[in-house]
Design a protein around this ligand. Structure first.
Ligand SMILES: Nc1nc2c(ncn2[C@@H]2O[C@H](COP(=O)(O)OP(=O)(O)OP(=O)(O)O)[C@@H](O)[C@H]2O)c(=O)[nH]1
Ligand SMILES: [Mg+2]
Length: 214
């Protein structure tokens, strides 16, 4: 069924960034992965990704964050971009309402390609631009609530909430997976009771989960 990679006891989570052009996806990623910000960053062409290691409950979690172009004409093959993703940050720019209006479209695209159980966060970026804000915090919050997403306003420029936003998504994925593993353990226990036989030792060190089966 799902695509599985052997990663020992480590966890590898693929997380995608989506949102209109120039909302700050690439800068959120460079702020998170390298603590860098580029005032003159060019529009992304194709796909890039960076891996960042985060520790959760004493376990090493590798977050592989994928970044692509918001602009249609610069986008690579969409299905490849989403394949195997277990998390997403849907980004808009709080100073441009059109980017907020596009969120629905990005959510549609996500649900077309990925399982809705993926860890998803709505991110209102550029919260440093308070003086030219076009989308209120309340609007962001209520859209997130309606769509069942986490919500956070960030600034890649001054680093507000960038680390936190990624970490919340990573932890949510981790929790989802722990639940899945727990569920499958209790399922196995049930089976063993029913059949009066022990289902055991089925190597549980593989911990890579993906949402998009190929
Ligand atoms: N004030 C402010 N500017 C930002 C912030 N994040 C990004 N920018 C600026 O917004 C512009 C676009 O940022 P990018 O990170 O390239 O945007 P993108 O979403 O990757 O755009 P595409 O690759 O075209 O999809 C750049 O000029 C950045 O310097 C932020 O938090 N605050
Ligand atoms: Mg970009």
């Amino acid at each position: 069924m799902g695509h599985e990679e052997e990663v020992g006891e480590e966890y590898l989570f693929k997380i995608v960034l989506v949102g209109d052009s120039a909302v700050g996806k690439s800068n959120l990623l460079s702020r998170f992965a390298r603590n860098e910000f580029d005032t003159n960053s060019k529009a992304t062409i194709g796909v890039e990704f960076q891996t960042q290691v985060v520790e959760i409950d004493g376990k090493e979690v590798k977050a592989q964050i994928w970044d692509t172009a918001g602009q249609e004409r610069f986008r690579a093959v969409t299905s490849a971009y989403y394949r195997g993703a277990v998390g997403a940050l849907i980004v808009y720019d709080i100073s441009r309402r059109t980017t907020f209006d596009s969120v629905k479209r990005w959510l549609d695209e996500l649900s077309t390609h990925c399982d809705t159980t993926m860890g998803r966060m709505l991110v209102g970026n550029k919260c440093d631009l308070e003086n030219i804000r076009e989308v209120s915090v309340e609007e962001g919050k209520s859209l997130a609530e309606a769509e069942g997403l986490f919500f956070m306003e960030t600034s890649a420029l001054d680093a507000t909430n960038v680390q936190t936003a990624f970490e919340i998504v990573i932890r949510e994925i981790y929790n989802n997976i722990s639940r899945k593993v727990l569920n499958s353990e209790s399922y196995k226990a049930e089976l063993s009771v029913n059949r009066v036989s022990l289902v055991n030792g089925s190597g549980s060190s593989k911990r890579s989960f993906s949402c998009c089966a190929n």
